[in-house]
Ligand binder design. Structure first.
Ligand SMILES: Nc1ncnc2c1ncn2[C@@H]1O[C@H](COP(=O)(O)OP(=O)(O)OP(=O)(O)O)[C@@H](O)[C@H]1O
Length: 543
C-alpha cells in the first residue's frame, strides 16, 4: 500500500509516537463506551450511579480529548514532513537526471505529479488519521466484547473479518479506477491547453475551433463517465458498510441468544458496544474515497520516481561540484561517438554519428546543415548533456564518463534553441555594474532592469529574450560557448553585431565557440565550418 510506504519512511521514533498516541485515542474512546455501558447497566438495575464512576468517566474523557488532539497534530506534522521529504527527493532526482530521461517524461507529467498530487496529498492524508483512530476504536470494542463473552467475540470478530475482506477488495477496485481517472484528467488538461496555447490559430479558423471543441467535449465526456462510474462504486461500498454494521448488530441481538444460554445477561452490553461501532465504521467508510485518491496519487509519485531512477546517472556523477579540472583544456575530441533517439516502443528514430571531430581551444566553429540533420543533437553531445551510446568523448585525452561528466559540463555555456530564462541569476555572483554594461551592450536598457540578483523585464520579443540569455551566458564566463541559431531571431543590425563584433570578442578573450547557423553570407566569420547531414559530418575543414 502506497500510503504505508510513505508513512514508513519517517523517523522511527515519530512513527512509534504517532502509532501509540492514535491507539491511546482509540483506547480512550472505547473506554468511554465501556463506562457508558456500565452506568446504563447500573441505572437499569435501579442502582445509583456512583461519583467514582463519574470521576473515572471525566478522567477518561480528558485522556481521550488530549490524546485525540495530540494524535491529529502529530499526524499532520508527520505527513507534511514525509511529503516534503518526498518532494525534495524527487526534485533532487530531477535535477540530477539525464536530459533524455527528462525529455521522455515531459514537463506536464512532472509538474502534475510533483506539484498537484503532493499538494492534494498534503490536504487529504492528515484527514485519514480520523479513520485510523476509528480503526483502533473498533479493535478495542472487539476486545471489550471479548471480556464480556468469548463466544460473542468469536462471532463478531469472524463477521467483521469477513466484512473487512470484502471491503478491502472493493476498495482496491475503487483505487484502480481512480488511477485511471488520473490519465483521463491529464488528457482533458492536455486538450484544454490547446485552447490557450493555440488561441490565435483557432480564432483565425472557425472549423479548427469547432473541431478542437468537439475533441475536448469527447475527452471531457469520457472523464465524466469514468467519474460517474467511480461514484457508483463508492455508493455501493458505502451501502455495503451500512448493511454490514446492521447485519452485525442483527447477529448479536437476534441470532446469538438463540444459540447460547446465559448470553441474555450480557446481550445488552454487547448490543450497545456493537451499536457504538456504527460511528467508527461510518468514519472509516466516509474516507474511503480519500484513501483511494491518496493511494492513486502516491502511485503516480512513486511511478515518476521509478522512471527517474531507471536512467539515473551513476553515483559518481552526483558528487558536489568543484572547480572543473577541464577549464584549461586544449582539445575536445569526439571519437566515433554515436547517439540514438529511441521512442517509447524502443525503436530508434534517429541516429547521430559516428562522429569524429576535434575542437581546439580558442577556435570558432560554425555547424551547418539542413533541418533535422542533427546539429542540435551534436551540440548536446559535445557538452555532455547527452551520454553517447557508442564511441568516446575525450578532453585532453581524458575520457568523459559518469565520474567526471558533471565537471566536464561546467566548462560550457551557451544559448540553445529551447533555452530558458530564469527569474534570477541562480549560482552567479555578478557585479551589478557588469550586468548593466552587458544590458546596454545588448541594447536592452529600456526593456530590462537588474536589481537584487533579479532581472525585471517588460514583454520581450524572441530576439530580445535571446539577447538576455546571451547576457546570462556571458556572466557565467565559461570556456566553451555553444549557440544554436542564436542570430536567427535577430534583426539585420544585431546579426551584424553577433557575427561582426561578438564572435571577435569571444576570440579575443580566448573563448571557444561552436555556433549552429544557417546564415551563409556570414560563413567567412569562423575558423572552420562543419556540415552535417543525416546525423553524420559530411564535410569540414580541419575536422
Ligand atoms: N528530444 C528529441 N526526441 C526525439 N527525437 C528528437 C529529439 N530532438 C531531435 N530529435 C530528432 O533528431 C533529429 C535531429 O534533430 P536536431 O534537432 O538535432 O536537428 P537540427 O539539425 O538541429 O535541426 P534544425 O535545423 O531543424 O534545428 C530529427 O529527426 C529530430 O526529429
Amino acid at each position: 500500500m502506497n500510503i504505508l510506504r510513505l508513512l514508513q519512511g519517517g523517523p522511527p521514533a515519530s512513527r512509534r509516537f504517532l502509532f501509540a498516541i492514535t491507539s491511546f485515542t482509540g483506547l480512550g474512546n472505547a473506554g468511554l463506551i465501556g463506562l457508558i455501558n456500565q452506568a446504563a447497566e447500573q441505572s437499569l438495575l435501579g442502582a445509583k450511579v456512583g461519583a467514582q464512576l463519574l470521576i473515572v468517566y471525566a478522567l477518561t474523557l480528558a485522556f481521550f480529548l488530549v490524546s485525540n488532539r495530540t494524535s491529529l497534530h502529530q499526524a499532520n506534522r508527520y505527513v507534511q514532513q514525509r511529503l516534503e521529504a518526498t518532494r525534495r527527493r524527487i526534485v533532487t532526482k530531477i535535477r540530477r537526471a539525464d536530459l533524455r530521461t527528462l525529455e521522455r517524461l515531459g514537463q506536464g507529467d512532472i509538474y502534475i505529479t510533483v506539484a498537484q498530487e503532493t499538494d492534494h496529498l498534503s490536504q487529504t492524508l492528515p484527514l485519514l488519521i480520523g479513520a485510523a483512530q476509528s480503526a483502533f476504536v473498533l479493535v478495542f470494542l472487539l476486545l471489550y466484547i471479548a471480556t464480556l463473552s468469548l463466544i460473542s467475540f468469536a462471532v463478531v470478530a469472524g463477521v467483521t473479518a469477513l466484512g473487512l475482506s470484502i471491503f478491502v477488495i472493493r476498495q482496491r477496485a475503487l483505487t484502480a479506477s481512480l488511477a485511471a481517472v488520473h490519465y483521463r484528467e491529464a488528457e482533458m488538461l492536455d486538450s484544454l491547453s490547446h485552447f490557450t496555447l493555440g488561441f490565435q490559430e483557432i480564432r483565425l479558423n472557425a472549423d479548427r475551433n469547432d473541431g478542437l471543441f468537439a475533441h475536448f467535449s469527447e475527452v471531457a465526456d469520457r472523464l465524466k463517465d469514468e467519474v460517474i462510474a467511480i461514484g457508483g462504486r463508492w455508493v455501493a461500498l458505502l451501502q455495503f458498510s451500512n448493511a454490514f454494521i446492521f447485519l452485525l448488530v442483527g447477529v448479536v441481538v437476534f441470532v446469538l441468544p438463540a444459540f447460547f444460554a446465559g448470553y441474555t445477561d450480557t446481550i445488552y452490553k454487547i448490543t450497545a458496544a456493537s451499536v457504538f461501532a456504527i460511528g467508527p465504521v461510518a468514519a472509516i467508510t466516509s474516507v474511503v474515497r480519500l484513501i483511494g485518491r491518496a493511494e492513486a496519487g502516491l502511485g503516480h509519485v512513486y511511478a515518476l520516481e521509478e522512471k527517474l531512477d531507471e536512467n539515473a546517472p551513476g553515483a559518481a556523477e552526483k558528487k558536489p561540484r568543484e572547480r572543473s579540472p577541464f577549464r584549461d583544456f586544449q582539445t575536445i575530441e569526439l571519437a566515433g561517438t554515436t547517439f540514438r533517439y529511441v521512442d517509447g516502443a524502443g525503436l530508434t528514430t534517429f541516429t547521430a554519428g559516428p562522429l569524429d571531430f576535434t575542437l581546439r581551444r580558442g577556435e570558432t566553429v560554425f555547424m551547418t546543415g539542413g533541418n533535422g540533420s542533427g546539429k542540435s543533437t551534436a551540440l548536446k553531445l559535445i557538452c555532455g548533456l547527452y551520454r553517447p551510446d557508442g564511441g568516446r568523448i575525450l578532453c585532453d585525452g581524458t575520457e568523459i564518463d559518469s565520474s567526471n561528466r558533471q565537471q566536464y559540463r561546467e566548462i560550457f555555456s551557451g544559448v540553445f534553441t529551447d533555452f530558458h530564462l530564469f527569474d534570477r541569476l541562480y549560482g552567479i555572483d555578478a557585479d551589478p555594474e557588469d550586468v548593466a554594461r552587458l544590458i546596454a551592450r545588448m541594447e536592452l536598457s529600456d526593456k530590462v532592469d537588474f536589481a537584487k540578483g533579479r532581472f525585471s523585464t517588460s514583454d520581450l520579443s524572441t530576439g530580445q529574450r535571446k539577447r538576455l540569455a546571451m547576457i546570462v551566458a556571458l556572466l557565467e564566463d565559461r570556456e566553451v560557448y555553444l549557440f544554436d541559431e542564436w542570430a536567427a531571431d535577430q534583426d539585420a543590425h544585431f546579426r551584424e553585431v553577433f557575427y561582426g563584433e561578438m564572435l571577435a570578442d569571444f576570440k579575443a578573450r580566448g573563448k571557444t565557440v561552436v555556433a549552429v547557423t544557417h546564415d551563409d553570407h556570414y560563413w567567412d566569420r569562423c575558423d572552420r565550418r562543419v556540415a552535417l547531414d543525416l546525423g553524420m559530418i559530411t564535410s569540414g575543414e580541419g575536422v
